[in-house]
Design a protein around this ligand. Sequence first.
Ligand code: GDP
Ligand code: MG
Length: 283
Amino acid sequence: SKEIKVALAGNPNSGKTTAFNAITGARQHVGNYPGITVDKKEGFTSVGENKIHLIDLPGTYSLTAYTMEEIVARNVVADQRPDVVIDVLNAGALERNLYLAIQLMEMGAPLVLALNMMDEANKQGMKIDLAKLSELLNVPVVETVARTGDGIPSLMEATVKCAAENQGKKWEPLSISYGPDLDPALDKLIALIEENNVLTDRYPARWTAIKYLESDDEIIQLGREMHPVSAELEEIVKDVSKHLESTLATYPEAVIADYRYGFITSIIRQGVVTRLDATADRV
Ligand code: GDP
Ligand code: MG
């Protein structure tokens, strides 16, 4: 049977390394990405007949171009096209941890969420409705305690199932609204990006359009090097930026972050997280 390529993503301190070790045991090796100091860790395991090749992505909170870690994480997903991305989340800080998950979904990679540190979350009196979270996000969700290995076999079963279900399918990027100020600009950018095939071999058009609005240095630089239409794309961003600054004293990147958190909050508020201790802070 074919080897399944799986990338492991997650915020720093979510338990990603612990999960990586629990999944691969001693079958791992560490190298580094050419020209930079970011570790490149890979490992292997098998689930039944299936061989799994696990690629550890650097721990990140987001997928911007501000740090080498974030650039590596998103480039591995874009270039190596893993069959599945497992995102390890700290279940006790779901809102913040879902910020990365949303961006992975916007890239379109088939995703499995590992809600890790469930022991801690339970100790804090937090109850998480996994089925509801899974249904609302339309991704498989598995609870894990990487430190003890609890849930790791289920996580790998879900990963193999996700790979099988998505095999040969086109990636389906998540599309969320960025509001009345950005959505029209986004649509214009997407149309131009699709017409001119701007980086479309690597990224969904909508993802590239969002990166333009976020003033993403790496994407804008690539656009300039490869695509004559880039000046027109940058002009659209300049116009909407000016408009946002004069009307709301804000800028596209801030609006995008607000809408992502709004999307996450709307999901969590639908009964995904409840606290047994009613006096505790709401998530
Ligand atoms: P990383 O930064 O995401 O790679 O996180 P690590 O794997 O280094 O884990 C950070 C800390 O959390 C370590 O002390 C781990 O032992 C601990 N840890 C990892 N998974 C769990 C878990 O499921 N439950 C608990 N209570 N601790 C965990
Ligand atoms: Mg680590």
